[in-house]
Design a protein around this ligand. Sequence first.
Ligand SMILES: Cc1ncc(COP(=O)(O)O)c(C=O)c1O
Length: 411
Amino acid sequence: MIDDRYRESYRIFEKAKTLIPGGVTRARIPFVPGLYPVYMQRASGSRVWDVDGNEYIDWMSGYGCILLGHAYPEVDAAAIKQIKKGFISLLSHPLQHALAERLVELVPCAEMVRFLKTGTDATSAAVRIARIYTARDRIIRFGYHGWADWAIGNSQGLGAGIPQCTGDLTHAFEYNNLDSLQELFTAYPGQIACVIMMPFEIEMPQPGFLEGVKQLCIENGTVLVFDEIRSGFRLAAGGAQEYFGVEPDLCALSKAMANGYAIAAVVGNREIMSATEQGLFSATFFVSSLEMAAALAVLKIIQRDGVIERLWHLGEKLQEGLRQVVSQSPLNVEVVGAPPMPFLRFAIEEEAVNARAKDAFYAEAVRLGVFFHPGHHWFVNFSHTEQDVERTVQVCQKALAVAEQAAQVYG
Ligand SMILES: Cc1ncc(COP(=O)(O)O)c(C=O)c1O
């Protein structure tokens, strides 16, 4: 069934499937088939509009790359100024130095910087740096690190198209479980180049967990890499490492850094970074200065305008409102996540009922003009308003009532 509201979305979708495998550029869209928009047309501030003209309060913020709000004028002006100057040549642009200086000021572990384009670039570069520095091949990871071969497959299971030999070198450990990490160090003594991990995804680290990971890395001569592609410039200006007070050796940054312009960086310890000059970290677009101009504008605004405090304030207000709504519902739904990256977790025991209630909730929320991702935490941005939060809470209350019906009627 396709809701009439999304007619144009699904018309394009059907056509697109003949040209683009799966019809869309990213995996797993539409989230609730027939009841979610597929194509967005434009975006401004905290809002997005789909191709059918429906308007949404956008809590996904471009999967987190929008920190300040869509089409943020000051950032776009900096980018446009740079475009007009001719923003890419064979040589590096001096803006790269200015941006590197700013990152070193902001991010606790940053002493040196390499620029790249995407999150996958940055995490892959960090892994390569660790492999060069340690002359070891195996890595341990926790979390999502992008779409590179090493990041998808692991020794416990391969993704489609991932060679066995690549998967064999990657080992996954369990978050908040130091024993699971220790077991891998014991199984592969002297062989682990790095532990690469998201400092948190939804659950916060238990006291001592990040410190414990760091200690195990020190004891084993292993490089510790924080993947701060999501948490960087959002949890704190200097990322989760600033917030939790634990410094990794290296850190991967991207997403929020330029408010939607494609740029990434791997930053970290001088000795490790400079020992890897001989590695190949090069791509045509890495020198592009347009994104660097945008990033410089973003970092200035973060420090000047109290951006992080506002994200926390709005996120806390949203979570508080949602907690009240959820507390009145018989459904087992939890408000989780760090306030700038909140989420509503459906935890109804019976899987089929949970899936039905969740789909019903998210389809109703989007129908009422609030755009969420059902399976990924959301991202507060600086253009969200108190009214956006209030409206979202009201919509969630209505959507939860629909979810309750869905759970009961078919349960
Ligand atoms: C924690 C984390 N690391 C790495 C990546 C990969 O970044 P990109 O999609 O820009 O390649 C993502 C993307 O969602 C991410 O969330």
